[in-house]
Design a protein around this ligand. Sequence first.
Ligand code: TRP
Length: 333
Amino acid sequence: MKKTILTGIRPTGNLHLGHYFGACKTWLTLQDNYDFFLEIADVQALTDNFHQPDKINKSVYELTSDLLSIGIDPEKVHIFIQSQIPEIAELTVFYSNLVTMSRLYRNPTVKNEIAQKKAIFGSSGESVTYGFVGYPVSQTADITAFDGELVPVGEDQLPLIEQCREIVRKFNSIYGSTLKEPEPLLSKNPRIKGLDGNEKMGKSLGNAIYLIDTEEQVKEKIMSAVTDPNKIRKDDTANPDVCMVYYYHKIIDNPNLETVCQECKMGQRGCVACKKELIERMNEFLDPIRKKKEYYRNHPEEVKQILDNGTKIAKEKAQETIKKVKTSMKINY
Ligand code: TRP
């Protein structure tokens, strides 16, 4: 029996290098050996985009075709849409009695995200919605609806998995052993930095290279990437460790990396030449992804069919779970 993996991604935009090297590349290696459920978390995306339904709707298809373009195989992975599984919403309601408000506010992930919102919008805590504060509960439903045993996540998500485990233990202690306690599968890859040197690559930070960027866009972005500020002339010696161009040479596994590093340190390579090499290699890496994306753009009905199939399988599994849960809670009338 294969173990079950469940992970999710919010449909708020296209995939960028941060998603790919931080998370998706690991998913590609897992898809052969596990029963893999991949949730397009549209309900979760709506917790802070509830006023932008068109954006989320469009992103569901865009993101799915990006995932297919990088090689997620729908024969092996059940890609499904969260909102189409009402059992997840039901479980969320049942679990909401098993967690206190103070515990939710203390969750480091939620706490950070609220702090970020305040920093951006300068608003008081009053504008934080019930749905947003409660999203760890809904994420617990995402995981347990499919008996998720392993949850591949980045470090920032660990507190959510911990909270899920607490809710599961509480449920089982009150209603009898029913739910599986999941384990996180921590991504070994560090968070991918942005073109501007920011610790995080992100859409809202405007420092991302998207997997479907055109050659021209990639060129423009890499030409503007941050390099060692002490290197002014082409033959100045420099420190590759503070240069984003060198950083991406590393990320995309340039076979010529040692030379790039040495020549930079010795002042034998100018930044423009170094960027040109990166542009070429980056485009080589992205080209097959762009080609597949083009295919899915021309075959939207295929993307829809894949989502329908994945959602159907996910629904069957969630229905089994909700039956067990309702029996344990004695609400199986
Ligand atoms: N919260 C996750 C993120 O922002 C996405 C997500 C939704 C998720 N449901 C999940 C991750 C269930 C793991 C398991 O990246």
